[in-house]
Write a protein that binds this ligand. Sequence first.
Ligand code: 3PG
Length: 216
Amino acid sequence: MKTNDYLYSALIDKKLVPVIKIADADLSESLADALITGGLSVAEVTFRTNCAAEVISRMKSSRPGMFVGAGTVLTVAQVDEAADAGADFIVSPGFDPAVVTRAQERGLPAVPGCVTPSEITAALSLGVTTVKFFPAEAFGGAKTIKALSAPFSDISFIPTGGIDTHNIREYTVLPCVLAVGGSFMATEKLITSRAWDEIAARTRAAVAAANGHMNV
Ligand code: 3PG
């Protein structure tokens, strides 16, 4: 059983979740190593490619210290696929009670996408404590999250969508932001071209920016 507290404690330190789209499972280990070299032993592997479950499984088995979530989980079947692969948490772009419930049945924290008070209320009623705020910049960014956090003081947010090293600090200064997600550290193009040094460098810069250690 992986609890909401487990999710919280895994992400609170570095405050970052690289959102990954990867089409070749054979690159799983090298990608994991690049992220680890950059200072992050966490990834959200999205179900936007057919090999997502295999990538999660390979990252978890070859780099046991890694905290690996499944992203873009849209169906109950994908929850099962992710759970069978050893995923640590489930992330969805929107809120589907069936997906959240299945994740909980499989003993995994669910992070559904919620951008309105009504969506957050519905998620809360299922025991969700962390929501994805997506697409963050398009929905008003840090200002909107700050406003939402007033009535929902027990909810933490993982904003993603349009965030990179330049604006990440706007989000991570908010106490209600558990972590920020983004594809900018390990883009599909960087992964395909095996640009491991560049991925490590971007990850390192993002960790520094997220924690306010660098002017960018
Ligand atoms: C996600 O699913 O979280 C987003 O696609 C990430 O958004 P970004 O590509 O703008 O970082």
